[in-house]
Design a protein around this ligand. Structure first.
Ligand code: KG4
Ligand code: ZN
Length: 338
């Protein structure tokens, strides 16, 4: 099998080709960050329009990189949700049209299932069932991944996602978009002893998260500070430490509760080095192995979609000519392939 993957759920156009014998043979990404930066966040209509411009040239570039042509592709996988409706529809329309023209199967992929499977792309020895922590701009979820398509949410954020809290805190500190990597950079100059922020919802049982209060704590701290560069760095550090320490506490609890031996951490925020260092400590105190995707597959990319498509297309595909995109789509509504 040779699967072409298309990711267009937000502000990145990702194209990749996954071959069942050779593995990932091509992957390309175009990030729209420069287009959205002046607005301080993603402008959905601009995102859709840019996906239209980028997708086909990027498919050509990926084929060239993989040294193959379209006739060797045996299936197409595209992200069909959750995400921005217009952006998703662009990738879905291109994916379904390509598959129909080439007379090959195609399959809609859940974006978060793509993230969740990304660490397996490089390490196929990770076996179901495992524990997964999904940390992105729209999700903070602790999941028991029982088998492909069977996911139980053990805990999730009751308000802002962790990536969203990073982005909002960064905006408040007048850092450029996207804020997560900027907070990480600035935090390196922070003084550890200056502030201590709360670890929300860790003093009660359960595995849910809350990040909006932490963001508000950061705003209030900034308002009462001298607003100079050092204060910003101290706040960035205190925020990052508290946000990630909360993940550590909940992951430790989930590992103890479930007894699962592997923890897969994925999504854009898993690119954060402090998160990786801190959560790697868990392996020393719990009987659990921790897995991350490599940095390039933490944030949105086509490789995770091609790989999820490869796993699913072995068993199922969408035969109808219609297609849809789902802006909201709970991971628990997925089914295992039949
Ligand atoms: O998975 P992703 O690329 O897109 C979504 O599906 O949301 O995640 C994007 C999120 C953004 O909130 C971004 O600020 C955050 O991941 N992010 C980071 C880092 N790199 C990306 N957050 C903290 N530290 C980072 N190094
Ligand atoms: Zn994502």
């Amino acid at each position: 099998m040779r699967i072409l993957g298309i990711e267009s759920s937000c502000d990145e156009t990702g194209i990749a080709i996954y071959d069942s014998d050779e593995g990932l043979i091509g992957h390309q990404l175009f990030s729209q960050i420069d287009i959205h930066r002046e607005y301080g966040g993603v402008v959905p209509e601009l995102a859709s329009r840019d996906h239209i411009n980028r997708a086909i040239p990027l498919i050509r570039k990926t084929l060239k990189q993989a040294n193959c042509d379209l006739s060797t592709i045996t299936g197409v996988a595209y992200t069909s949700g959750p995400g921005l409706a217009g952006a998703l529809l662009t990738g879905a329309a291109i994916g379904r049209t390509l598959a129909w023209t080439l007379k090959i199967p195609s399959i809609p992929i859940h974006h978060m299932e793509g993230h969740l499977l990304a660490p397996l792309l490089e390490n196929p020895t990770i076996q179901f069932p495992f524990l997964a922590l999904l940390v992105s701009g729209g999700h903070t979820q602790l999941i028991a991944a029982k088998q492909l398509g069977s996911y139980e949410i053990l805990g999730e954020s009751l308000d802002d996602a962790i990536g969203e809290a990073f982005d909002k805190t960064a905006k408040m500190l007048e850092l450029p978009y996207p804020g997560g990597p900027e907070i990480e950079k600035l935090a390196k100059k922070g003084n550890v002893n200056q502030y201590r922020f709360p670890r929300p919802m860790t003093d009660r049982p359960g595995l849910d998260f809350s990040y909006s209060g932490l963001k508000t704590f950061a705003v209030n701290t900034y308002q009462t500070s001298d607003k100079k560069e050092q204060a910003k760095a101290d706040i960035a550090l205190a925020f990052q430490t508290a946000a990630i320490d909360t993940l550590y506490i909940k992951c430790k609890r989930a590992a103890e509760q479930t007894g699962l031996g592997h923890l897969v951490i994925a999504g854009g925020v898993s690119a954060n080095q402090y998160l990786r260092d801190r959560l790697s400590d868990l392996a020393n105190v719990s009987n659990i192995q921790i897995h991350y995707p490599s940095f390039e597959f933490c944030t949105d990319n086509g490789a995770m979609i091609a790989y999820a498509g490869y796993l699913r297309l072995q068993k199922e595909h969408n035969k109808s000519l219609s297609f849809s995109a789902r802006a909201r789509w709970p991971l628990t509504e997925l089914d295992p392939p039949i």
